[in-house]
Ligand binder design. Sequence first.
Ligand SMILES: [Ca+2]
Ligand SMILES: [Ca+2]
Ligand SMILES: [Ca+2]
Ligand SMILES: [Ca+2]
Ligand SMILES: [Zn+2]
Length: 589
Amino acid sequence: MIRMIEKIGIILCLLFGMINYSTAKVEKELTKSSLKALGAPNNPKVEVIWNRYYDSKEIGEICKRISEAYPKLAKFNSIGKSYEGRDIWLLTISNSEKGDPDKKPAMYIDGNIHGNEIQGGEVSLYTGWYLAEMYGHLDWITQLVDEKTFYIIPTINPDGRDHFMHDANSPNSPRSGFDPRDDDGDGLIDEDGDDDLNGDGNITQMRIKDPNGRWVIDPEDPRIMLPAKPDQKGEYELLWSEGIDNDGDGLVNEDDPGSYDPNRNWHWKWAPQYVQWGADRYPGSLPETRAVVDFVFKHNNIAAFQTYHNSGGMILRGPGNKDDQQTYRREDLQVYDFLGKLGEEILPGYRYLIVFKDLYPVFGGELDFFYGVRGGITFSNELWTSFDYFRKKQDEERNWFGSQKETYRFDKLLLFGEGVVDWKPYNHPQYGMIEIGGIKKAWTRTAPSFMLEEMCHRNMAFTLYNAYHTPQVSVDSIFTKELPGGLTEVTAIIKNSRVIPTHTSQDIQNKITRPDYVSISGGKVLMGGIVEDRLTGLVKDQKRNPEKIEVEAIPGMEAVFVKWIVDGKKPFVVNVDSEKGGKDSKQLK
Ligand SMILES: [Ca+2]
Ligand SMILES: [Ca+2]
Ligand SMILES: [Ca+2]
Ligand SMILES: [Ca+2]
Ligand SMILES: [Zn+2]
C-alpha cells in the first residue's frame, strides 16, 4: 500500500514537478523513530502548538479544525456576539453516537472573562483538543466522552482578549470588555486611555527624578523600584502607567475603554456600582454575560462549572460574600471539599480557597451565579502562581515586594531579560523629562511558553475529574415478589455512581431543575413510591402517576430504592431519567 502511494507520489512529482514528496517522507520517518512522550496524542489529527497564545479568530479556527477532524465527537458554533461583534465560540465535546450530548451529564468550562486573563482560553481549548485526540486511545477518556458532555467556551470576552493581544497593554489591562462607558463623568466616552509613548507594544511605568520622591532604585537589580525606607532619602517619584493627558483635563489616563468588571455583572447577589465597583448598570447588562446566561439556561444538564482566571494559583469556590454563607450547605460543601482537595494534589502550588474569606468580597460574580442560580458545583482557577518561579511555597516573609524580586529574578535567570523593558529617558509633553520602563504585557500574569503546556494539562486534569464526578444514574437492579391475585411487587435500585448528587442542595432548595423520574412499564401500576426505610420497607406513596416516581435527588455514591405494586407479571422495564445525571433503563425478563 505504501509502495503504491510512493509510486503515485513519484508519478505526480513527474507530472507536476512540484509535489513535496521528500517532506512527506521525512515526517513519516520521524513518527516511526521517535518515542511517544506520555500525556499527549502521538500523531494528532489536529496539530496545535501549545506554547503560545491565540486570539479569538485563531481560537475559532482551532475549534473548527477539531470539529472537522472529529465530526462524531466535536461540534463547533457561536453562542452569541460580543459588543464589538466577535463570536463567542463554543466547542462541544461528546460522542454523539452514544446519546444526545444535550441530555448527558455535562461540564461547562470557560475562560478569559477578564480581558487580560488570557490563558484560560488555551487551557479550555487544550481540554477540547485532548479529549478529541485521545478518544479511542485511552479507556478512561473514551468512557468520559461517551458518557459526558463538555461545553467549552475558551473566551467569553473576545473583545478584551483581542485588544489585550493586539494593542499596547500592561499585564493588567484591559480587565473590561469594550462597551464604552464614561468613567469620570465628564460627558466624553473612553477619551483618555493608556498611551504607548515609546511604541514598544507595552504599557509600562513612568518615573521622574525627584529628590522629594519616595522611591529608590533597588541596588541588587536597577530595574526594580523600591519604596524608600522611613529614614531613607528618596530619588524618584513613580507616575504609574504610561500615557499622556489626551483630553487636557489635567488627569492622565482617567477614562480607559470600557471600564467595568464583567465578573460583577451576574444575576446572583448583584450589587449596584456604588457598592460594587464594575457591577455596571444591572445584572446581565453586558452582551457577553447575556449570551452565557441564555446558553446555560438552555442546558439543564450542566452539573458542574469551571471558569479560568489569572493569577495566583488558586482553586476558588464561593460564596463571594459572607452574607451568602448559608447558601453553601453542608451536603454541597462535602462535594466542594472533595474536589477542591483533589485539585490541590493535581495542581502543585495551588490552594483551595473561598472567595469572600481568602480573597475579597465579590457581588454578582459569575462563579456565584453558576452555583446560586444554576445549582452546579463551580470552581474558578486562578492560573499561574509565583510558586511556579522557583517552586517555593508561599510564606509570611514573601510580601508583594519579595515576590516582585522573584519576578525579576526569574526573568533574569530563565527569560534572560525578555520580560522587562529597561528604563529609558522620554520627553513627556506634560511632565518633561521622565523615564519609561517596567514589566512587559506578556509577563507576570501569563505563563512563559515552556510552562504553558503543563498549565493546560494539569488544569484540564482537574476539570476532567470534576466532569467524571458529575452524577451518573443507572438502574442497578430490579427484584420482584409475586403477590396473590396476579399482582407483583417490583423493587428497583437506582444508583448514582459519582460524587456529585443529581441535585445539589442549592438546586433542591430553589427547585432549579425538575426531579429525577423513575418509571416502570409493563402491567398496570396500582401503587408506587420511594422506600424511605430500607430495613422496615416503609414506602412513601406517590398518589398521582405512581408509574412515574419523582425523586428529589440521588445523592453522590448512593442509591434510591423505588417500589411498585403492579397488576401484571414480567417482563418489566424500569427507566431513570435525570436532567443532570443522565438516563438509563433495564428490563427484567
Ligand atoms: Ca470620560
Ligand atoms: Ca510602551
Ligand atoms: Ca485626561
Ligand atoms: Ca492617556
Ligand atoms: Zn479574573
